[in-house]
Design a protein around this ligand. Structure first.
Ligand code: BDR
Ligand code: CA
Length: 311
């Protein structure tokens, strides 16, 4: 049986790889892709999602544009990481498939209402604005969601956007707070995990060696943001953050974590968007998230390369 998912995203090269991983995996049925402002503004994220679908030969996937700014704060983008287009690294044709009519939030609400309880998994790869808006507007959809598997936050790795906060949560902390307080089962892929799935020369060349347009694009994208991340972290390669979400759906045993309490800082400007994770169980606050800490990086790249090779 296939698992129904909705990918909520702000592509972004690593979002692109995550979307391709999902499209290359027969276990998953992508009901739609909902776009949000994040790495780049909404017109670009909703264009990039369609560029990625067309690259994969999947013009049939429904792509919706959603919220153009966070719930309360001004939009912060990350062109310094992803380039001006959000997908810098390779020149790809402008998409010809249309955006769907209607707002991403309406699509989320209508789809979840129409499905049986627990039938759909949400996969947010960017700021949580669309998901929080849907939950606020239609609280009845919460029990319909099987789980939310998201990329965001950090504990041991702390922040990549401010000293205390990871990008997706920092951009819209109010939205993150709504999601983390929703009571919906959450699986979180923080920087603690994503900083362990680093690109290496061999891993990038394995994408290129697939000899397909998709393999070539993935290698070009990873090459592009590797330069930025290596300069920033002094590490061996670049973290492929967002594909961790999809890899978890396919092979959960690649990941290890703890079911703990995670709260979002929304008051202090200094630590805005910090994911305050009770990793050591020092409070009585209720456990609301499976917060991952370890990953089998070799297994992750094997899976990713094999699935990208199917496209
Ligand atoms: C997250 O921020 C974005 O730049 C990436 O696409 C990823 O979702 C990592 O902090
Ligand atoms: Ca992203």
């Amino acid at each position: 049986m296939t698992r129904k998912i909705i990918i909520d995203t702000d592509p972004g090269q690593d979002d692109a790889v995550a979307i391709l991983l999902a499209l290359g995996s027969p276990e998953l049925e992508v009901l739609g892709i909902t776009c949000v402002a994040g790495n780049v503004p909404l017109p670009l994220t909703s264009k990039n999602a369609r560029v990625i679908c067309e690259l994969a030969g999947r013009r049939d996937v429904k792509v919706f544009a959603g919220c153009e700014k966070p719930l309360q704060r001004p939009l912060v983008t990350a062109e310094y990481v992803h380039g001006k287009t959000g997908l810098d690294g390779i020149e790809l044709p402008a998409p010809t498939m249309p955006l769907q009519d209607g707002h991403a939030v309406d699509f989320l609400i209508e789809t979840l209402r129409a499905e049986a309880p627990g039938a759909v998994t949400l996969c947010p790869l960017g700021p949580l604005t669309n998901i929080a808006t849907a939950l606020q507007r239609a609280p009845d959809i919460a029990p319909k969601i099987a789980e939310i598997v998201l990329m965001g936050g950090a504990y041991f790795e702390v922040g990549n956007t401010t000293p205390a906060a990871e990008f997706n949560i920092h951009v819209d902390p109010q939205a993150a707070e709504i999601v983390f307080k929703s009571g919906i089962p959450l699986v979180v892929m923080p920087l603690d995990v994503t900083h362990k799935v680093l690109t290496t020369r061999a891993r990038v060349e394995a994408f290129r060696a697939l000899g397909t347009p998709v393999g070539h694009a993935v290698a070009s994208w990873t090459d592009f943001f590797e330069r930025f991340d290596m300069a920033k972290y002094g590490s061996q390669g670049a973290p492929l953050h967002d594909p961790c979400v999809i890899a978890y759906l396919l092979r959960p045993e690649l990941f290890e974590g703890r079911h703990i309490n995670v709260e979002i800082e929304t008051q202090s400007e200094l630590t805005m968007g910090m994911t305050v994770a009770d990793w050591w169980g020092v409070t009585d606050r209720p456990r609301n998230a499976m917060f991952m800490g370890k990953v089998d990086a070799e297994g992750f790249y094997q899976l990713l390369t094999e699935r990208i090779g199917r496209l």
